[in-house]
Ligand binder design. Sequence first.
Ligand SMILES: [Zn+2]
Ligand SMILES: [Zn+2]
Length: 327
Amino acid sequence: MSDELRVKFWGVRGSYPTPGAGTVKYGGNTASIEIRAGERTIILDAGTGIIPLGRELSQRASAQKRAIEIVLLFSHLHHDHTQGFPFFVPAYMPNARLHIFGPGGTPETLSHVLEHNQSSETFPVSLRDMASSKDIHSVRESQVIVWDEAGVRLAESAVGFSDEAVVIRIHKSFAHPGGVYVYRITWRGKSVVYATDTEGYVGTDRKLVAFARAADMLIHDAQYSEEHYRGQLAGFPSTQGYGHSTVTMACEMGAASEAGQLILFHYDPAYSDAMVAGMEASAKAQFGKAQAAYEGLEIALRAEKKITAMLQSSNINARDVKYAHND
Ligand SMILES: [Zn+2]
Ligand SMILES: [Zn+2]
């Protein structure tokens, strides 16, 4: 088993896919990220980036003569986070098992939305007709998703699991229309926080700072340039209140939460590679351990035990301690 927690970016664009000569460097597929914790695969969101990921997963599984088992986490159910799922090859494989989690008012909300996305009026294959076995659950913020030797299940607390368990905690943010789930995935003492589709607050979002504290990697919404956000970019109206962040907001969150590294994510679809490169340079100037995600970027976090600095800090509260556990 690999000792590394590996993160690979398959789709990094926000809102809608943008193929073309102007987006070759960073890529045009919408949000999807693969996380590998040893032999386990966790996927964040099902934008169009999940389509090539699905092809690779099915090739990998057939080469290794193994059945596919994955956890798929939806941050929320806007189109750019779900539109790749009907084309996700493993969902059509009878021996594949998909554990799917996301937000929703009732445990069935997520399955209803996915069924609706593939109603006969809009798509030729229904969710039921996709041959894989699918466990689909809308989860609450207080629930914890655990994947260990006993399988994938929900728990009410992150306490008491071994370092070998993949432990996934949820923070519900209201900084996006309809709300969005931020996930913290921890395995063997390494943690990745996925905070897409969230707008920064003046003085930073303190609840998110606490949730994301001392993560080895913070993946953060960076949809807009400062000028665009403020309505000072020619041809682009102000986007304040749309539920997305600027590069500076992402950097502020990286610094306030003491992230090991900050990955910019979910770029505006109208932005060319040159514009994203400019945002990346701005981010590096503001927070040294920052870089812009691009399709194909793969980062390995070597798993090891560590004592988080925050546990030694004097001004922590009970909520922070809960979040720090197992990191
Ligand atoms: Zn989005
Ligand atoms: Zn959204």
